[in-house]
Design a protein around this ligand. Structure first.
Ligand code: SF4
Length: 335
């Protein structure tokens, strides 16, 4: 039986668990090998995940599972994504969806975000968590590589109200050599699909000399969908099979963002301490409408919020944001 969660469309049976090693087939049903097993249930500010335009300043409970359907040569989470998932389970937590939601409530989180690995490898558990979260009035978000099938992208759209898609490159050769898949066409298709129905942000893990020359093309692709899609250029410090690579130059990447900034309204460059490019600037009058602090290693913080009902306080232009800051207090707690 074929799994239709992602574009690998693996042939599964009792002993064949697919590329991600997370599923098996039993009596015509695709089942998870490790349902409701979580590698983390931590607390984070939403900016650190990163989401800059979804519920800014809110407090999130972050969750993840095991494995991945990609084999990125530079993976910074390889100890989770590439480790044999059965081996990881000893260290994972087992929580029912209701327990997870109760923990998020107890920690006074506004939302739950699946990050760390890839949601398509744990879909049934995530569907259940989203049902429990909906009952509790809590929204969910995720990070994803968007290599899901069209059918699965509809499920992802129904589980998560805000989605950060990792667009790793444009060229098929890049995907073959650095990610281990045929090409990125399904990802581009899913960005278009999900942008129609959900709040999306897009992140490029930029690796100098490997994909930085494609930033302009990526921005052009996104601009044709919606110039307001927040675009995060994430200065990746390659790990795993590329850990000997030179660290990317901030100045050089910033130079290649000049044209990108003309194409898109919200362009950010971060994952290093003290970045000057983490504030949201009104696309019309240039006023800084949201100020943030970049602490590096995904430690971003909202510091000042100058929007009024999601509009620039200087010129009145609407700023593209999911949720209003009035929904939670300054500590990021749901009111
Ligand atoms: S989710 Fe896993 S089993 Fe299903 S098609 Fe993708 S890699 Fe294969």
């Amino acid at each position: 039986m074929r799994c239709n969660y992602c574009e690998w469309r693996c042939d599964l049976n009792e002993n064949k668990h697919g590329v991600c090693k997370m599923y098996y087939e039993e009596k015509g049903v695709i089942k998870e090998r490790f349902p409701n097993r979580w590698c983390t249930c931590g607390i984070s500010k939403i900016e650190s995940i990163p989401f800059y335009h979804a519920y800014p300043g809110s407090k999130s409970m972050v969750i993840g599972t095991s494995s991945c359907n990609f084999d990125c040569r530079y993976c910074s989470n390889s100890y989770i994504a590439k480790e044999e998932p059965a081996k990881q389970q000893e260290g994972n937590y087992e929580f029912t969806p209701e327990e997870l939601v109760r923990m998020a409530q107890k920690q006074r989180c506004h939302n739950i975000v699946f990050n760390v690995n890839e949601p398509t490898v744990s879909m049934p558990s995530l569907i259940e968590v989203s049902q429990a979260a909906k009952k509790a009035g809590m929204s969910m978000g995720c990070l994803t590589n968007a290599y899901m099938t069209e059918e699965a992208s509809d499920i992802i759209a129904s589980i998560f109200s805000f989605i950060n898609i990792s667009l790793k490159g444009m060229a098929a050769e890049f995907y073959r050599e650095y990610i281990g898949i045929k090409d990125g066409q399904p990802i581009l298709r899913n960005i278009k699909r999900l942008a129609r129905t959900n709040h999306i942000e897009v992140t490029v893990p930029v690796i100098q000399t490997i994909n930085d020359h494609e930033l302009d093309e990526m921005a052009g692709f996104l601009a044709e969908i919606d110039r307001d899609i927040p675009f995060h250029v994430f200065r990746l410090l390659p790990e795993y099979k590329m850990k000997d690579c030179e660290y990317p130059s901030i100045d050089r990447i910033n130079e290649s963002l000049m044209l990108v900034r003309e194409k898109l309204n919200y362009v950010y460059f971060h994952n290093f301490v003290g970045s000057d490019w983490v504030n949201t600037v009104c696309p019309d009058c240039g006023a800084e409408v949201i100020e943030r602090l970049s602490l590096g290693c995904g430690g971003d913080r909202l510091t000042r919020f100058h929007c009024l009902d999601n509009h620039c306080q200087v010129c009145g232009r609407e700023i593209s944001l999911l949720g209003s800051k009035t929904d939670w207090n300054i500590e990021g707690v749901l009111l």
